[in-house]
Design a protein around this ligand. Structure first.
Ligand SMILES: [Mn+2]
Length: 386
């Protein structure tokens, strides 16, 4: 059976202040365009089942335009693939905290052929293809007790559809960042991918296999809190074939996001820093036009920030969709040592030193090096927020 697996659509996502000639936020339009392309490509692939693994919308209360567009696209999908079931679960982004808010995704139950699970862990049986899709939306994982994740031995094909973080050694080795806040973790031993025909995951935004038949599809556009962590690598969706146990990733045409190699301004003159920025910007193939670009410069003193060629930076900002020149001053954390001269330590070094030497592990399940690495990533993300 051929299964189209999409996840983390984040429809209605907005960023920056650019708007299209139609008055729509440019990034919202990018995400909508990626979704339209994904729908068109899915139709062309003629799958027998379509799964959407959560975070259809970026927020619990998306705009009317985002809702209308999603409704149009799902309707068009079902109209072009009559009789092909679509199973959608809610993610952390589109699950309200309070049950009485209601979930906007339930609207899509009005489209014949669409099955939507927003709160409970429950199997959805699809008679037409003799397939059971065990659904684990975000809210189900938030409950105190996770039900036993058991395939149904009486059906032809068993699928697990989940929105959350997978724990265990394969995941720890492969997931480059612990996914956005609000996610819940389920151990891979609890899932037992070998018991299922396919495990379709959502929540982690970079396409990743955790077993030959267990995949995160990744997002269809770059919508993470820290998009620089997903700058590299393609966005798209998967087509999984249960018969051959093979997955094909279908890349979508998304906006270029470039995180330029970092520059250190330590010991450089203003002219040298200017030249470094220029070289970095001009090295982008095809230029900055319409792209989202970041250049981090560390250890840049205040006076150098003032004297940089800001006119040229403004021109690049106008040309790019978004150009973020991230100027970070030298970190001055004074540590007073007894009898020693004043020594400077960066905040990162302080955190690392504390975690390595002074912090006692509170559980044997915690791996110190992994924790330090996470600490570094969080500091990085914080730096990005300014
Ligand atoms: Mn997401």
């Amino acid at each position: 059976m051929k299964i189209a697996h999409l996840a983390d659509l984040h429809l209605g996502f907005r960023a920056y202040h650019r708007i299209t000639p139609q008055g729509v936020n440019v990034r919202e339009a990018d995400v909508a365009a990626a979704f339209r392309e994904a729908i068109g490509r899915t139709v062309a692939l003629r799958p027998e089942l379509i799964l959407v693994a959560g975070d259809v919308f970026h927020t619990v209360r998306p705009s009317n335009a985002a809702i209308a567009e999603a409704f149009r696209q799902f309707s068009s999908l079902l109209a072009q693939l009559p009789g092909v079931p679509v199973v959608v679960i809610a993610g952390n982004h589109d699950s309200p905290r309070s049950a009485d808010t209601g979930n906007i995704l339930t609207l899509f139950r009005e489209i014949p052929g669409m099955h939507v699970v927003t709160e409970e862990a429950q199997p959805v049986y699809l008679e037409e293809i003799d397939t059971s899709v065990f659904c684990l939306p975000h809210t189900a994982l938030m409950r105190e007790h996770l039900p036993a994740l058991e395939p149904n031995p009486a059906v032809g094909t068993n699928i697990l559809l989940m929105h959350g973080t997978v724990g265990g050694s394969a995941a720890e080795g492969k997931l480059r960042y612990v996914s956005e806040f609000g996610g819940v973790s389920v151990e891979d031993t609890e899932i037992g991918p070998e018991r299922w025909d396919y495990v379709a995951l959502g929540h982690y935004h970079i396409v990743t296999d955790l077993a030959p038949n267990m995949w995160y599809a990744g997002g269809i556009e770059r919508t993470s809190t820290n998009i620089w962590m997903e700058a590299d690598g393609p966005k798209g969706f998967l087509l999984y074939d249960t018969e051959h146990q093979s997955a094909d990733f279908h890349v979508l045409d998304t906006r270029h996001v470039i995180d330029l190699p970092r520059l250190s301004a330590r010991g450089s003159s203003v002219e040298e820093i200017d030249a470094g920025i220029r070289t970095a910007a001009e090295a982008i193939p095809g230029g900055l036009d319409g792209k989202i670009v970041r250049l981090v410069i560390t250890d840049i003193p205040r006076h150098a920030v003032r004297d940089l060629n800001h006119r040229r930076v403004r021109e690049w900002k106008a040309e790019a969709m978004h150009f973020h020149l991230d100027l970070r001053p030298p970190e001055v954390m004074r540590v007073v040592g007894y009898g020693a001269p004043m020594r400077r330590q960066t905040l990162g070094e302080q955190v690392e030193g504390y975690l390595r030497k002074h912090w006692n592990l509170t559980s044997t399940a915690i791996r110190r090096e992994r924790l330090i690495e996470l600490g570094r990533e969080y500091l990085e993300a914080t730096g990005e927020e300014g």
